[in-house]
Design a binder for this molecule. Structure first.
Ligand SMILES: Cc1cc2nc3c(=O)[nH]c(=O)nc-3n(C[C@H](O)[C@H](O)[C@H](O)COP(=O)(O)OP(=O)(O)OC[C@H]3O[C@@H](n4cnc5c(N)ncnc54)[C@H](O)[C@@H]3O)c2cc1C
Ligand code: SF4
Ligand code: SF4
Length: 301
Protein backbone atom coordinates (compact mmCIF):
# COMPACT_ATOMS: atom_id res chain seq x y z
CA UNK A 1 0.00 0.00 0.00
CA UNK A 2 3.05 2.25 -0.18
CA UNK A 3 2.46 4.61 -3.10
CA UNK A 4 6.17 4.38 -3.96
CA UNK A 5 6.15 0.57 -3.79
CA UNK A 6 5.96 -2.08 -6.54
CA UNK A 7 2.11 -2.08 -6.65
CA UNK A 8 1.94 1.73 -6.63
CA UNK A 9 -0.22 1.81 -3.53
CA UNK A 10 -2.71 -0.93 -4.44
CA UNK A 11 -3.25 -3.84 -2.09
CA UNK A 12 -2.56 -6.89 -4.25
CA UNK A 13 -1.95 -10.58 -3.81
CA UNK A 14 1.63 -11.18 -4.93
CA UNK A 15 0.86 -14.54 -6.59
CA UNK A 16 -1.69 -13.23 -9.15
CA UNK A 17 -2.09 -9.49 -8.55
CA UNK A 18 -5.75 -9.89 -7.38
CA UNK A 19 -7.15 -7.53 -4.74
CA UNK A 20 -7.82 -9.61 -1.60
CA UNK A 21 -11.20 -9.25 0.14
CA UNK A 22 -10.53 -11.49 3.14
CA UNK A 23 -7.20 -11.17 4.94
CA UNK A 24 -6.06 -13.23 7.91
CA UNK A 25 -3.06 -12.27 10.04
CA UNK A 26 -1.47 -14.99 12.17
CA UNK A 27 0.56 -13.84 15.19
CA UNK A 28 3.53 -15.47 16.93
CA UNK A 29 4.63 -17.62 13.96
CA UNK A 30 7.91 -19.10 15.15
CA UNK A 31 8.00 -16.90 18.29
CA UNK A 32 7.15 -17.98 21.83
CA UNK A 33 7.56 -21.65 20.91
CA UNK A 34 8.25 -24.06 23.71
CA UNK A 35 9.36 -26.79 21.32
CA UNK A 36 12.38 -26.88 19.03
CA UNK A 37 10.44 -25.64 15.99
CA UNK A 38 10.89 -21.93 16.67
CA UNK A 39 12.26 -19.27 18.98
CA UNK A 40 11.36 -19.20 22.64
CA UNK A 41 11.33 -15.39 22.85
CA UNK A 42 8.57 -12.92 21.95
CA UNK A 43 9.48 -10.94 18.83
CA UNK A 44 8.01 -7.87 20.55
CA UNK A 45 7.17 -5.80 17.47
CA UNK A 46 4.63 -7.91 15.57
CA UNK A 47 1.55 -7.27 17.74
CA UNK A 48 1.90 -3.56 17.08
CA UNK A 49 2.82 -3.62 13.39
CA UNK A 50 0.00 -6.09 12.72
CA UNK A 51 -2.47 -3.70 14.38
CA UNK A 52 -1.01 -0.92 12.21
CA UNK A 53 -1.24 -2.94 8.99
CA UNK A 54 -4.79 -4.04 9.83
CA UNK A 55 -5.86 -0.44 10.47
CA UNK A 56 -4.21 0.81 7.27
CA UNK A 57 -6.06 -1.83 5.25
CA UNK A 58 -9.42 -1.12 6.89
CA UNK A 59 -8.89 2.62 6.48
CA UNK A 60 -8.15 2.40 2.75
CA UNK A 61 -10.43 -0.54 1.92
CA UNK A 62 -13.39 -0.64 4.38
CA UNK A 63 -14.92 -3.53 2.36
CA UNK A 64 -11.94 -5.83 3.16
CA UNK A 65 -12.44 -8.07 6.20
CA UNK A 66 -9.42 -8.45 8.43
CA UNK A 67 -9.09 -11.22 11.04
CA UNK A 68 -6.14 -11.52 13.43
CA UNK A 69 -5.41 -14.80 15.25
CA UNK A 70 -3.40 -14.14 18.41
CA UNK A 71 -2.16 -15.92 21.56
CA UNK A 72 -2.32 -12.68 23.54
CA UNK A 73 -1.85 -9.14 22.32
CA UNK A 74 1.28 -7.54 23.78
CA UNK A 75 1.09 -3.75 23.97
CA UNK A 76 3.70 -2.65 26.53
CA UNK A 77 4.44 0.89 25.33
CA UNK A 78 3.13 4.42 25.62
CA UNK A 79 -0.30 4.61 23.92
CA UNK A 80 0.18 1.10 22.51
CA UNK A 81 -2.93 -0.39 24.15
CA UNK A 82 -5.03 2.57 23.02
CA UNK A 83 -3.68 1.98 19.48
CA UNK A 84 -4.68 -1.69 19.55
CA UNK A 85 -8.12 -0.86 20.93
CA UNK A 86 -8.64 1.60 18.06
CA UNK A 87 -7.94 -1.23 15.61
CA UNK A 88 -10.75 -3.25 17.23
CA UNK A 89 -13.25 -0.55 18.16
CA UNK A 90 -12.84 2.08 15.43
CA UNK A 91 -11.58 0.05 12.49
CA UNK A 92 -13.54 -3.16 13.11
CA UNK A 93 -10.57 -5.54 12.93
CA UNK A 94 -11.74 -8.99 14.03
CA UNK A 95 -9.32 -10.24 16.72
CA UNK A 96 -9.64 -13.97 17.52
CA UNK A 97 -7.86 -15.36 20.57
CA UNK A 98 -6.56 -18.71 19.46
CA UNK A 99 -3.88 -20.49 17.54
CA UNK A 100 -3.89 -21.57 13.93
CA UNK A 101 -3.36 -25.30 13.35
CA UNK A 102 -2.91 -25.24 9.58
CA UNK A 103 -3.55 -23.30 6.40
CA UNK A 104 -4.76 -25.29 3.39
CA UNK A 105 -4.88 -24.16 -0.26
CA UNK A 106 -8.22 -24.26 -2.13
CA UNK A 107 -8.67 -25.02 -5.86
CA UNK A 108 -9.84 -21.41 -6.52
CA UNK A 109 -6.49 -20.03 -5.30
CA UNK A 110 -7.79 -18.99 -1.88
CA UNK A 111 -6.68 -20.40 1.47
CA UNK A 112 -8.54 -21.88 4.40
CA UNK A 113 -7.23 -21.04 7.84
CA UNK A 114 -8.02 -23.73 10.42
CA UNK A 115 -7.92 -22.16 13.87
CA UNK A 116 -9.52 -22.23 17.25
CA UNK A 117 -11.49 -19.51 19.05
CA UNK A 118 -10.50 -20.02 22.67
CA UNK A 119 -12.99 -17.50 24.06
CA UNK A 120 -16.00 -19.13 22.36
CA UNK A 121 -14.37 -22.57 22.67
CA UNK A 122 -14.97 -23.57 19.06
CA UNK A 123 -13.05 -24.62 15.97
CA UNK A 124 -12.96 -22.05 13.17
CA UNK A 125 -12.39 -22.28 9.43
CA UNK A 126 -11.80 -18.90 7.81
CA UNK A 127 -11.58 -18.59 4.04
CA UNK A 128 -8.91 -16.07 3.11
CA UNK A 129 -7.55 -14.48 -0.06
CA UNK A 130 -4.34 -13.61 1.73
CA UNK A 131 -2.67 -14.89 4.92
CA UNK A 132 -0.01 -12.74 6.57
CA UNK A 133 2.35 -14.37 9.07
CA UNK A 134 3.97 -12.44 11.91
CA UNK A 135 7.25 -14.34 11.55
CA UNK A 136 9.80 -14.39 14.36
CA UNK A 137 12.49 -11.73 14.18
CA UNK A 138 15.95 -13.30 14.24
CA UNK A 139 19.52 -12.08 13.72
CA UNK A 140 21.25 -12.21 10.38
CA UNK A 141 23.48 -15.35 10.32
CA UNK A 142 26.49 -13.10 9.54
CA UNK A 143 26.33 -11.76 13.12
CA UNK A 144 28.65 -14.57 14.23
CA UNK A 145 31.41 -13.30 11.93
CA UNK A 146 30.92 -9.73 13.14
CA UNK A 147 30.92 -10.82 16.78
CA UNK A 148 34.16 -12.76 16.24
CA UNK A 149 35.75 -9.79 14.47
CA UNK A 150 34.78 -7.40 17.30
CA UNK A 151 35.35 -9.97 20.07
CA UNK A 152 31.82 -9.12 21.20
CA UNK A 153 29.75 -11.87 22.80
CA UNK A 154 26.42 -13.23 21.55
CA UNK A 155 23.68 -15.06 23.41
CA UNK A 156 22.12 -18.44 22.61
CA UNK A 157 19.78 -16.75 20.12
CA UNK A 158 22.67 -15.00 18.34
CA UNK A 159 21.75 -11.53 19.61
CA UNK A 160 24.74 -9.44 20.74
CA UNK A 161 25.02 -9.35 24.53
CA UNK A 162 25.01 -6.16 26.57
CA UNK A 163 27.57 -5.66 29.37
CA UNK A 164 24.74 -5.39 31.95
CA UNK A 165 21.02 -5.55 31.06
CA UNK A 166 20.05 -2.76 33.48
CA UNK A 167 23.15 -0.67 34.13
CA UNK A 168 25.08 -0.91 30.81
CA UNK A 169 22.43 -1.73 28.22
CA UNK A 170 24.15 -0.11 25.19
CA UNK A 171 27.68 -1.35 25.89
CA UNK A 172 29.01 -4.73 24.96
CA UNK A 173 31.32 -6.45 27.47
CA UNK A 174 34.19 -5.56 25.09
CA UNK A 175 35.48 -2.05 25.79
CA UNK A 176 34.82 0.33 22.91
CA UNK A 177 32.06 -1.76 21.29
CA UNK A 178 28.55 -0.31 21.68
CA UNK A 179 25.15 -1.76 20.78
CA UNK A 180 21.92 -0.31 19.48
CA UNK A 181 18.88 -1.70 17.75
CA UNK A 182 17.77 -5.18 16.88
CA UNK A 183 21.29 -6.63 16.89
CA UNK A 184 20.81 -6.74 20.67
CA UNK A 185 17.23 -8.12 20.64
CA UNK A 186 13.82 -7.47 19.06
CA UNK A 187 12.71 -3.87 19.43
CA UNK A 188 10.72 -1.17 17.63
CA UNK A 189 11.93 2.09 16.09
CA UNK A 190 11.46 4.36 19.17
CA UNK A 191 13.48 1.96 21.34
CA UNK A 192 16.12 1.59 18.61
CA UNK A 193 16.45 5.36 18.25
CA UNK A 194 16.76 5.87 22.03
CA UNK A 195 19.40 3.19 22.24
CA UNK A 196 21.29 4.62 19.27
CA UNK A 197 21.32 8.08 20.94
CA UNK A 198 22.55 6.57 24.19
CA UNK A 199 25.30 4.61 22.38
CA UNK A 200 26.37 7.72 20.46
CA UNK A 201 26.67 9.77 23.64
CA UNK A 202 28.74 7.00 25.25
CA UNK A 203 31.14 7.21 22.30
CA UNK A 204 31.25 11.01 22.52
CA UNK A 205 32.02 10.63 26.24
CA UNK A 206 35.02 8.49 25.33
CA UNK A 207 36.33 10.64 22.49
CA UNK A 208 35.86 13.94 24.33
CA UNK A 209 38.56 13.03 26.86
CA UNK A 210 42.20 14.03 26.38
CA UNK A 211 43.32 10.89 28.17
CA UNK A 212 41.65 7.54 28.71
CA UNK A 213 41.95 5.49 31.87
CA UNK A 214 42.43 1.76 31.49
CA UNK A 215 42.18 -1.12 33.89
CA UNK A 216 45.60 -1.49 35.57
CA UNK A 217 45.12 -5.22 36.12
CA UNK A 218 46.42 -6.23 32.70
CA UNK A 219 48.53 -9.21 31.73
CA UNK A 220 52.33 -8.93 31.75
CA UNK A 221 54.69 -11.50 30.24
CA UNK A 222 57.97 -12.51 31.88
CA UNK A 223 60.23 -12.34 28.82
CA UNK A 224 62.81 -14.63 30.43
CA UNK A 225 60.25 -17.45 30.81
CA UNK A 226 58.31 -16.89 27.55
CA UNK A 227 59.16 -19.42 24.80
CA UNK A 228 57.09 -17.68 22.12
CA UNK A 229 54.75 -20.66 21.62
CA UNK A 230 51.65 -18.51 20.77
CA UNK A 231 49.40 -20.41 23.22
CA UNK A 232 48.42 -17.19 25.01
CA UNK A 233 47.67 -15.26 21.81
CA UNK A 234 45.45 -18.12 20.64
CA UNK A 235 43.20 -17.87 23.72
CA UNK A 236 43.11 -14.08 24.16
CA UNK A 237 39.53 -13.09 23.23
CA UNK A 238 40.53 -9.44 22.72
CA UNK A 239 43.50 -9.88 20.38
CA UNK A 240 45.72 -8.12 22.93
CA UNK A 241 48.79 -10.33 22.49
CA UNK A 242 51.37 -10.05 19.74
CA UNK A 243 55.01 -11.21 19.41
CA UNK A 244 58.28 -9.41 19.02
CA UNK A 245 61.81 -10.56 18.28
CA UNK A 246 63.81 -9.12 21.21
CA UNK A 247 67.38 -9.31 22.45
CA UNK A 248 67.07 -11.09 25.83
CA UNK A 249 69.79 -11.26 28.46
CA UNK A 250 69.19 -14.67 30.06
CA UNK A 251 71.57 -14.75 33.06
CA UNK A 252 74.47 -13.39 30.99
CA UNK A 253 73.53 -15.22 27.78
CA UNK A 254 72.37 -12.67 25.19
CA UNK A 255 70.16 -14.05 22.42
CA UNK A 256 67.31 -12.91 20.18
CA UNK A 257 64.01 -14.58 21.08
CA UNK A 258 60.39 -14.36 19.99
CA UNK A 259 58.51 -13.15 23.07
CA UNK A 260 54.87 -12.23 23.87
CA UNK A 261 53.87 -8.57 24.18
CA UNK A 262 50.57 -7.36 25.69
CA UNK A 263 48.79 -4.27 24.41
CA UNK A 264 47.58 -2.73 27.69
CA UNK A 265 44.84 -0.74 25.96
CA UNK A 266 43.29 -3.90 24.52
CA UNK A 267 43.82 -6.26 27.46
CA UNK A 268 40.68 -6.65 29.60
CA UNK A 269 42.45 -8.57 32.37
CA UNK A 270 40.36 -11.72 31.86
CA UNK A 271 43.28 -13.98 32.86
CA UNK A 272 42.78 -16.56 30.08
CA UNK A 273 46.40 -16.25 28.99
CA UNK A 274 47.82 -16.66 32.48
CA UNK A 275 46.27 -20.09 32.96
CA UNK A 276 47.12 -21.17 29.40
CA UNK A 277 50.83 -20.34 29.27
CA UNK A 278 52.73 -23.66 29.59
CA UNK A 279 55.84 -21.85 30.89
CA UNK A 280 54.01 -19.82 33.56
CA UNK A 281 55.34 -16.70 31.85
CA UNK A 282 52.11 -14.68 31.86
CA UNK A 283 50.79 -12.99 34.99
CA UNK A 284 48.05 -10.48 35.77
CA UNK A 285 49.43 -7.33 37.38
CA UNK A 286 47.91 -7.07 40.86
CA UNK A 287 46.63 -10.67 40.65
CA UNK A 288 49.80 -12.62 39.95
CA UNK A 289 49.82 -16.39 40.32
CA UNK A 290 52.12 -16.02 43.34
CA UNK A 291 49.77 -13.52 45.01
CA UNK A 292 46.70 -15.71 44.44
CA UNK A 293 48.44 -18.85 45.75
CA UNK A 294 49.61 -16.88 48.81
CA UNK A 295 46.01 -15.76 49.42
CA UNK A 296 44.71 -19.32 49.12
CA UNK A 297 47.45 -20.54 51.48
CA UNK A 298 46.51 -17.86 54.01
CA UNK A 299 42.81 -18.75 53.81
CA UNK A 300 43.51 -22.48 54.22
CA UNK A 301 45.76 -22.02 57.22
C1 LIG B 1 7.57 -6.38 9.19
C2 LIG B 1 8.08 -5.38 10.19
C3 LIG B 1 7.32 -4.25 10.45
C4 LIG B 1 7.78 -3.31 11.38
N1 LIG B 1 7.01 -2.22 11.65
C5 LIG B 1 7.41 -1.35 12.58
C6 LIG B 1 6.61 -0.22 12.91
O1 LIG B 1 5.55 -0.02 12.32
N2 LIG B 1 7.05 0.63 13.86
C7 LIG B 1 8.21 0.43 14.53
O2 LIG B 1 8.55 1.22 15.42
N3 LIG B 1 9.01 -0.62 14.25
C8 LIG B 1 8.64 -1.51 13.28
N4 LIG B 1 9.44 -2.58 12.98
C9 LIG B 1 10.72 -2.71 13.71
C10 LIG B 1 11.81 -1.90 13.03
O3 LIG B 1 11.97 -2.37 11.72
C11 LIG B 1 13.11 -2.03 13.82
O4 LIG B 1 12.93 -1.53 15.11
C12 LIG B 1 14.25 -1.25 13.21
O5 LIG B 1 14.37 -1.52 11.84
C13 LIG B 1 15.54 -1.57 13.92
O6 LIG B 1 16.59 -0.82 13.34
P1 LIG B 1 18.08 -1.38 13.30
O7 LIG B 1 18.88 -0.29 12.68
O8 LIG B 1 18.47 -1.87 14.64
O9 LIG B 1 18.04 -2.66 12.37
P2 LIG B 1 17.70 -2.80 10.83
O10 LIG B 1 16.73 -1.76 10.39
O11 LIG B 1 17.33 -4.24 10.64
O12 LIG B 1 19.09 -2.48 10.16
C14 LIG B 1 20.17 -3.39 10.21
C15 LIG B 1 20.93 -3.23 8.91
O13 LIG B 1 22.15 -3.96 9.02
C16 LIG B 1 22.35 -4.65 7.80
N5 LIG B 1 23.22 -5.79 8.05
C17 LIG B 1 22.94 -6.96 8.69
N6 LIG B 1 24.03 -7.75 8.72
C18 LIG B 1 25.02 -7.08 8.11
C19 LIG B 1 26.40 -7.35 7.83
N7 LIG B 1 26.96 -8.51 8.18
N8 LIG B 1 27.13 -6.43 7.18
C20 LIG B 1 26.58 -5.23 6.82
N9 LIG B 1 25.29 -4.91 7.05
C21 LIG B 1 24.52 -5.81 7.69
C22 LIG B 1 20.95 -5.06 7.36
O14 LIG B 1 20.92 -5.33 5.98
C23 LIG B 1 20.16 -3.79 7.72
O15 LIG B 1 20.17 -2.84 6.69
C24 LIG B 1 9.01 -3.51 12.06
C25 LIG B 1 9.77 -4.66 11.75
C26 LIG B 1 9.31 -5.57 10.85
C27 LIG B 1 10.15 -6.79 10.57
S1 SF4 C 1 4.94 -9.32 19.61
FE1 SF4 C 1 2.95 -10.30 19.61
S2 SF4 C 1 2.87 -11.48 17.69
FE2 SF4 C 1 4.99 -10.96 18.05
S3 SF4 C 1 5.83 -12.76 19.10
FE3 SF4 C 1 5.23 -11.27 20.68
S4 SF4 C 1 3.14 -11.82 21.24
FE4 SF4 C 1 3.61 -12.85 19.28
S1 SF4 D 1 44.48 -11.20 30.39
FE1 SF4 D 1 42.91 -11.79 28.88
S2 SF4 D 1 42.72 -9.96 27.63
FE2 SF4 D 1 44.64 -9.70 28.72
S3 SF4 D 1 46.19 -10.52 27.35
FE3 SF4 D 1 45.58 -12.21 28.70
S4 SF4 D 1 43.94 -13.29 27.56
FE4 SF4 D 1 44.21 -11.27 26.59
Amino acid sequence: MNAAGPTKGHLERLSDGKHPKEIVFVQCVGSRCNDNKGKSYCSKICCMYTAKHAMLIRDKYPDVNVTVFYIDVRTPGKNFDEFYRRAVEEYGVNYVKGQVGKVTPEPDGSLTVHGVDLLDNKQLKVKADMVVLAAAIEPNPSVRQIATMLTASIDTNNFLTEAHPKLRPVESPTAGVFLSGVCQGPKDIPETVSQAGAAAIKVVGLLAKDKLLTNPCTAKPDELLCNGCSACANVCPYGAISYEEKLINDHGVRETRRVAQVNNALCQGCGACTVTCPSGAMDLQGFSNRQIIAEVDAICR
